[in-house]
Ligand binder design. Structure first.
Ligand code: GLN
Length: 486
């Protein structure tokens, strides 16, 4: 086994036993990046020097026998919308092409406080708007399982680098599915935590009532370890939930006996590829064999999820992107006649087509004439959807669905049809609308050898149930160890 193939918990144990040094581990990842990155294109910025400096610091601590946290010395990557002090944070946009934040996001701060080693910042759809990473101003990222296909998005870079062994784990952000859908397409584990469990301070905002940061990892144990490091109250984010910190590794228990699992029939509709459906149902059968009760039920507002998501996210997105006006930070047009012309040219040059589409849609939706018709109506349906989920969780511990209706699509296949692109999130967006936690993990492969993802959803702040079921399923399925050939 190569050093770059290790999970975080395996690497932690080898570091602690002094079987490997952190410099060796970090160098192995930098060499892996040098070997495959030209095929994958997962990174926007690679932080070679800081990575090795951080690694040497960890080795020094180990040699002194200092007790170290779990993620100390583990090489990782951050999505490029997570602020890192003095390190480029571009959101894959021309607007922020040269932006070096003066501070760290809380999640970055927490990982650095655990002596995490940053390998670099990952590619994404511009301002996290997209499902394929093709909306990046810099370059598209490829799916490591098939380089002619997309890795999903918007955290496509974060999922691709973990899948390609170019980082042990990464962080992504998820507004309508941007952690889970790329995790599904790339065959890795991705968790969108409950809204408010992980601080959004220093995450460049897309749609503030939906955005949430979460881990992308090689297995479920690593998912619990990273969640331990990043979750918990933060006075800098007023939506942060004030609950005591938990040790999520406690819930890595291989036992789902007596779990009540609901299967919403609307999530297996005619849009789903038969092989995705079969794989997910095979995994559900495994849960049943392990002692869970399975029951089909109905979530009748599912059809409204995408329209509601598009309205709320565009409305909030247009308002959040208003700050890029060429005055405070970011790109400013070189030549202009007056102030209005400066705004117009700056925004015209700085934003790509998808960001512009969302700004126009969101501005229209929030305009005095249309606010009631679209935005307020969407908020009402959001409440109904939350109530419907609450009712379901009165009955079930877990809701299990496919993560996406299909496996990874071809690069360019959807670019002409932005609406069709949204269908990749038809099963993930409802979870953001209701603020719930959900995890995607690999549950098989289609005939083209592409990974298929299963989604486990629980009630708010019940990450423990998700992790427990995911851990049991991972043990039972035994399909890990399969790697893309690069
Ligand atoms: N694909 C969805 C969109 O384009 C979700 C994006 C996300 O979760 N950041 O808006």
């Amino acid at each position: 086994m190569e050093l770059y193939e290790l999970t975080a918990h395996e690497a932690r144990d080898l570091l602690r036993n002094k079987a490997i040094s952190c410099r060796e581990l970090t160098q192995a990842h930098l060499d892996r990046i040098a070997e495959v990155e030209s095929k994958v294109n997962g990174y926007i910025t690679i932080t070679h020097e800081t990575a090795l400096e951080q690694a040497d610091m960890v080795d020094e601590k180990i040699s002194k026998g200092e007790p170290l946290p779990d993620l100390a010395g583990i090489p990782m990557a951050l999505k490029d919308n997570i602020c890192t002090k003095d390190i480029l944070t571009t959101c894959a946009s021309k607007m922020l092409e040269n932006f070096r934040p003066p501070y760290n996001a809380t999640v970055a701060q927490r990982l650095f406080a655990e002596y995490g080693v940053l390998l670099g910042k990952t590619n994404m759809d511009e301002f996290a708007m997209g499902s394929s990473t093709e909306n990046s101003y810099m370059k598209p990222t490829m799916n490591p399982w098939d380089l002619t296909r997309v890795p999903g998005g918007s955290s496509g870079g974060s999922a691709a680098v973990v899948s390609a062994d170019e980082a042990v784990y990464s962080l992504g952000s998820d507004t309508g599915g941007s952690i889970r859908q790329p995790a599904s397409y790339c065959g890795v584990v991705g968790l969108k935590p409950t809204y408010g469990l992980v601080s959004r301070y220093g995450l460049v905002a897309f749609a503030s009532s939906l955005d949430q940061i979460g881990p992308i990892t090689k297995d479920v144990t690593d998912c619990a370890l990273v969640l331990n490091a990043i979750a918990g109250p933060d006075s800098k984010d007023y939506t942060s939930v004030k609950i005591g910190e938990d040790d999520y590794t406690k819930y890595l228990v291989d036992d789902v006996k007596g779990f009540k699992v609901g299967i919403p029939k609307e999530y297996f509709d005619q849009n789903i590829e038969p092989q995705v459906k079969d794989s997910v149902m095979d995994a559900v059968k495994k849960l049943e064999d392990m002692g869970a009760y399975i029951e089909e039920f109905s979530l009748k507002y599912t059809d409204y999820a995408l329209p509601v998501y598009c309205i709320i996210s565009s409305a909030e997105g247009s308002s959040n992107l208003a700050r890029y006006d060429g005055v405070k930070y970011g790109h400013r047009a070189k030549e202009y006649d007056d102030m209005m012309d400066m705004y117009r040219k700056t925004r015209g040059e700085g934003f790509g087509p998808e960001a512009k589409r969302r700004i126009m849609l969101g501005t229209y939706i929030l305009s005095a004439d249309h606010r009631d018709e679209y935005y307020l109506k969407a908020l009402k349906i959001r409440t109904l959807m939350i109530e419907e989920y609450n009712k379901a969780f009165g009955k079930y511990d877990l809701i299990v669905t496919p993560t996406c209706p299909t496996t990874a699509f071809k690069i360019g296949q959807m670019t002409e049809d932005p609406l069709a692109m949204h269908f990749a999130n038809v099963y993930t967006a409802p979870v953001n609308i209701a603020g719930l936690p959900a995890l995607s993990m690999n549950c098989g492969f289609d005939d083209n050898g592409l990974p298929i993802g299963i989604q486990l959803i629980a009630k708010a702040l019940d990450e423990k149930t998700i992790l427990r079921a995911a851990y049991a399923l991972e043990k039972e399925m035994g399909i890990y160890g399969k790697k893309p050939k690069l």
